[in-house]
Write a protein that binds this ligand. Structure first.
Ligand code: ADP
Ligand code: MG
Length: 305
């Protein structure tokens, strides 16, 4: 069922909460304003902090289709917007020939019609849902594409229309809700950012991370969740190549639950570090005495509360 857009910041928070997304007020404000002003929301932040999830939750809770464009190096118009279904066109030409059809123009006209068009995400996003409401378009990890694609995207985002030479211009009746994410492996062009509402998604503070765990891993004992969060938060103060994101905190908790742990101990931490840290150098740095130190601090912190 289609839901109306949230009418206030509080409603936006509730919306996200109902989709099991724990947002702080500043993020909810950015989302509320982006929806209200009909602007794309540009979310930038480290990997695993909950950027992609926002688009998923939004589509679910609003009851709109989620259309995802996963970006990568070399992404081109054929994969992002449309391409012709060549093999079907070939078959059609053969059939027409076999049937003795001579009118080349008629054949051409028929094989360059919508029926032979393979619609990719950006074109799909111009079409309303069956409910008549526009879908949610997620342009994920834009920093992975190259600049020519960014320039093209800017065009699409500015008037939500695509021109197909053989067919004409296709325009969205109502623009889609657009969420763009970037892991900031490079800077995205100012022109794109200017068009969007920009928000930096930071690592959550301890309180919010604990809230996230209680929503995502409700089976975890409260005491252990506190230890996990405190451990991860301290780990993020270290000089590591890749700090653990929320995704890693959740993974770690699930791993510990699988091992039937209700409490952290140095051995278990060492054995499960691979769910938190994904680079051998980082694991080497933390494993053993460092991990034991952090755990000791964590337990002291919790005991002194
Ligand atoms: N604020 C949050 N509330 C609930 N879950 C979250 C939150 N932030 C992150 N997560 C969880 O962390 C995981 C990674 O989030 P994701 O959106 O994929 O990260 P990103 O796109 O920033 O790399 C997901 O499983 C998501 O459910
Ligand atoms: Mg993501």
């Amino acid at each position: 069922m289609t839901e109306k857009l949230p009418g206030s910041i509080d409603e936006t928070v509730n919306h996200l909460t109902s989709g099991k997304y724990v947002a702080d007020r500043s993020l909810a404000t950015a989302l509320y304003l982006a929806l209200k002003l009909g602007r794309p929301l540009f979310l930038e932040g480290e990997a695993g902090v909950g950027k992609t999830e926002i688009a998923k939750v939004l589509s679910e809770t609003l009851g709109r289709r989620l259309i995802r464009l996963q970006c990568y190096e070399g992404l081109d118009v054929a994969s992002a917007v449309y391409e012709w279904n060549y093999s079907r066109q070939m078959i059609d030409i053969r059939i027409a020939e076999a049937a003795g059809q001579q009118d080349r123009q008629a054949i051409e006209k028929s094989i360059f019609s919508e029926e032979f068009l393979i619609k990719r995400p950006l074109l799909q996003a111009l079409e309303a849902d069956p409910s008549g409401e526009p879908p949610v378009l997620l342009i994920d990890e834009l920093d992975r594409t190259d600049e020519p694609f960014e320039a093209f995207l800017l065009e699409v985002l500015s008037d939500f229309q695509v021109t197909i030479p053989e067919i004409g211009t296709i325009t969205a009746e109502k623009p889609p809700i657009v969420i763009i994410t970037s892991n900031r492996t490079r800077e995205i062009h100012d022109a794109i950012k200017r068009r969007c509402f920009y928000y930096w998604v930071d690592y959550p503070d301890a309180k919010r991370e604990l809230d996230i765990l209680s929503v995502k891993c409700p089976e975890a004992p409260e005491e252990m969740s506190q230890q996990i969060v405190a451990f991860v938060q301290r780990l993020r103060e270290r000089d590591l190549f890749k700090l653990p994101g929320v995704a890693e905190t959740i993974d770690w908790t699930n791993a510990l639950l699988q091992l039937d742990r209700i409490d952290l101990d140095p051995q278990t931490v060492n054995d499960t570090l691979g769910t938190l840290l994904k680079y051998q150098d980082d694991i080497e740095k933390i494993k053993g005495s460092e991990a034991a130190n952090i755990l000791e601090q964590v337990k002291a912190d919790i005991a002194s509360r």
